[in-house]
Design a protein around this ligand. Structure first.
Ligand code: 8YV
Length: 319
């Protein structure tokens, strides 16, 4: 008998086709919103689970899923999964590294440019019919070309952000637990978080969320930034204290922000919605068709490898 697989969200048809020979699948192609109780009921008789970042895989879920052997998340981030609880049960976990690096780095740049050059703010003003005449000082923004970028977290996505910064002739600072092996190739200089915040014109967050990075950027850190700086968060909600950021943006320091991820998303802090100097997107960092298909397909590859008794291509915790 084929192992039973639960897929919590709608996925591309080709992914279902790829999985069908190997699993008895319960999918959610209608993309219904399942309550927690429904999710727990559906996982009760499953051997395998395909989740996304909004599905919390914790001790409660594992207790409801006595047969579960593998959790494949269609994301690079895995802070929604209790790895220790999975390991204690012998459940393997996979994620989708690399395939989303370039799309996510592009998104960091989309937000950086939008925040620095006030793209969203001026567009809203224009749409509201307020553009009556041109003026020298209209919507003056921050320079990007030849400015200093500060990248917090120089992993695979951070490096992709840095590579793009070279095209803008930028000075590249970064902050990371260890020196990046590609530091020289990127022309990047490792500095402390405080130094980075003090010197960068554009601060980009690319660190995974963990208890160690919870509110890494709060009121104190925001106050260290240049008043003209921008802050970009494409990492995870919770890395930034959103309430403190809203307060800082209201006071004009930093000058602007670009946010793709939020604390408690999709119910983001209402104060952010009121502010003109923040560009907001609904967690679409990896949202290009090719990137999302590759992510879903990589999750499927891990599930198929599990079904065939092969090593997982991208287990969490290293290949
Ligand atoms: C996902 C992400 O698209 O991969 C991640 O960690 O945050 C996004 O790229 C999203 O979270 C779907 O699971």
């Amino acid at each position: 008998m084929k192992p039973r697989l639960l897929i919590t969200r709608q996925v591309f048809d080709e992914v279902i086709e790829h999985l069908t020979p190997h699993f008895e699948i319960q999918s959610n192609q209608a993309d219904e919103e399942w309550s927690r109780a429904e999710l727990l009921a559906r996982v009760a008789d499953k051997d395998a689970l395909f989740v996304v970042t909004s599905d919390r895989v914790d001790a409660e879920l594992l207790a409801a899923a006595p047969r579960l052997r593998i959790v494949a998340t269609g994301s690079v981030g895995f802070n929604h999964i209790d790895l220790a609880a999975c390991a204690a049960r012998g459940i393997v976990v996979s994620n989708t590294p690399d395939v989303l690096n370039e799309a996510t780095a592009d998104m960091a740049w989309a937000l950086l440019m939008a925040a620095a050059r006030r793209v969203c703010e001026s567009e809203h003003w224009l749409r509201a019919g307020q553009w009556k005449r041109w003026a020298f000082d209209q919507f003056l923004g921050a320079d990007v070309w030849r400015s200093t970028i500060g990248i917090i977290g120089m992993g695979r996505i951070g490096s992709a952000v840095a590579r793009r910064a070279r095209g803008f002739d930028m000075r590249i600072l970064y902050c990371n637990r260890s020196a990046a092996p590609n530091e020289a190739e990127l022309g990047a200089q490792r500095v402390s978080l405080d130094e980075l915040l003090a010197q960068a014109d554009h601060v980009v967050l690319v660190v995974p969320y963990s208890p160690a990075t919870h509110h890494l950027i709060g009121a104190e850190q925001l106050a260290r930034m240049k008043p003209t700086a921008t802050l970009i968060n494409i990492a995870r909600g919770g890395v930034v204290d959103d309430a403190a950021l809203a307060q800082a943006l209201r006071a004009g320091r930093p000058a602007a922000a670009g946010l793709d991820v939020f604390e408690n998303e999709p119910a983001l802090n209402p104060a952010l919605l009121e502010l003109p100097n923040v560009a907001l997107t609904p967690h679409i960092g990896s949202a290009t068709r090719s990137s999302r298909v590759c992510m879903a397909m990589l999750a499927a590859e891990n599930l198929v490898a599990f079904a065939q008794g092969r090593p997982l291509p991208t287990p969490v915790g290293g290949r």
